[in-house]
Write a protein of this length. Structure first.
Lengths: 139, 139, 139, 139, 139, 139
């Protein structure tokens, strides 16, 4: 069985490649290349798979999962400018694909530390603006 | 191809383990351990997989699927207090994980009876309060 | 201008009038009269009207509004059995109409205490199960 | 990683089999057999799987994907009467199952033409009226 | 206090004025002028205002309201082609504005018959395709 | 009758008052004061009131309304950093309250130019992050 729990955060970004000219950047990224950046509200679903504990009736303690996301993920990204304030994007374009991979790495490390014997991180889903959804399998 | 059809019901529950003290129960289950219980609206998605019938153009007759859910599932749980009025939870903590397993068992039996040669029950998804979603594969 | 802010809680209830027979109660309230009660997830929108502060650019400080709802409203109802654990419903049927009026009274008192000179409580909206919405004007 | 992008269209249809009598058609298809037809708003999710391009940070160029859907899919179905104006349904009942298969064929051909070396069409999901969702794996 | 209750139906229509040429119709109504018509899923919210009954705790009996909508409104429009099968649109363009007015008339008459002394019909809201919402005050 | 039409845009902002110290800004605006700013997806509902044209059956031509919003509103704000790239916020804190007033001014001017005799701008609603909704009456 798999539990998926939903979190929200917002951040801003600007898509831009130094290797391209201004025109090429505008052609490739459109309004996402606007100077100064712009922002989004993201929805993050974290999926945890495992057996249901016969005593508590739960796959994972919601408090532990919330602490992982609220302490090891959200403070690094929520209400931040990704280009300027998130070190992982110093040399990486902050597309939602790359954001999903970065969050996946943060969650993997946090699960190893806090739930070494526990249920496993199964997948993450990142929704951007209600039109695009990104699914990343972690298994 | 897979068809997922959506149903709703509401029920109340209280999470509590007799093997624990009052303090331990409150620590483990938080507000879900409040005396007298509390309630939720659940959304149930039933997924059916199979071939599309070349004549009718359908995987499964919606009326048959609706009868299975409306006669074999919803009357056992809808507008009920799970702890007091659902026999399956006499010795089982009514978490949403366990509720998904109980509904999965009810649906399996109903599919065997009513659709023995028909499309197969592929998965169920149970949404609790918009924040937590449980996926149970039945294949 | 009016700001409406969204909160969630869950609770259980049973609709029943002692003045009616069992059959009359079942006829009048249907499944909502089931013994032991059942529960719902409610969405509460609190609307505040007033002038935009020329300095802060806000109608109301979100933290103050959140404290009003989280300290003066939610602890009295969230994860509770209304019939058994909320004194206001000792002699009042816990329909959503009556729940809206009770929450309106709690909010009125809290606004008088905490925002005596501030923006006014304009309206509350209570959504029950996605099908029924109750609007109560407070002006 | 997989990106799913969301599109909308509306169309009308009537479910009817010439091989059945009027009564049998009404019994099998219910209100969907009403003469003259009726309509729906459909939501189409197109899922694309592949590697994240190390330079652009994207799985697929959104503009290319949008052109595929807006030029090769939507003009054939959006604001159309499926029975009368979509050749694929001349001898095929326009159920949502069959509509999903027809759209899957259109997308497959478009991906072969426009993205021969690119990311692959992974799945399509078609939502009908918020109650029924159809998933068709293309891999 | 006001209760708004939510219903759904689907229908198809074609927007066309005989007084205009084919080009003028296409210019004015765009894809909505496609021959054969196309369809939508509509969401109807019926708002009822009145006092809360001190005994039952309700503004209106949900069963009475449901019977009004399910017997006096939905059978005339649900799963229908408005141009061909709804007499009110014989000489009236079936835009959503006009559909709202027609439904408003049906509801007014039904409230006069079935709830002559009861709560009043306060407003209707009709949502078309998630992008356009029509509000019609009945007071 | 009133038609409300829905638009979306994204933008980033940072809430900050030069007249306050760093600590006071953090105390007043919380995470919204983070350096470099952050972003949101906003939903804008534009409500237009008037009579239904007896010939076309419409309150307002959707194309005219769309042109107003897409030419006179969205290019000034969509995918922009409000603090840096929107002149109206040079000396005005870019809260959603102030954003609603600025958009209201833009729409008023556009309605005067493009629909001088037509239906009137009735209200705007701005949704921020699904939790806060701002209603501004324009009548």
């Amino acid at each position: 069985m798999r539990l998926s729990r939903r979190y929200q955060f917002c951040a801003s970004h600007r898509l831009h490649l130094d290797s391209l000219s201004g025109d090429e950047n505008r052609e490739l990224f459109g309004k996402c290349n606007n100077p100064y950046g712009h922002g989004h509200d993201y929805i993050l679903h974290v999926s945890v798979a495992g057996e249901v504990d016969p005593e508590t009736g739960r796959i994972v303690d919601r408090d532990v999962l919330d602490r992982i996301v609220r302490e090891d993920v959200l403070p690094r990204i929520d209400h931040k400018d990704m280009n300027a304030a998130v070190p992982e994007f110093r040399d990486l374009n902050p597309t939602t694909e790359n954001l999903a991979k970065v969050i996946g790495d943060w969650l993997c490390a946090a699960f190893r530390n806090r739930l070494p014997a526990g249920p496993r991180l199964s997948a993450i889903r990142l929704e951007e603006t209600g039109r695009n959804t990104f699914d990343l399998s972690m298994e």
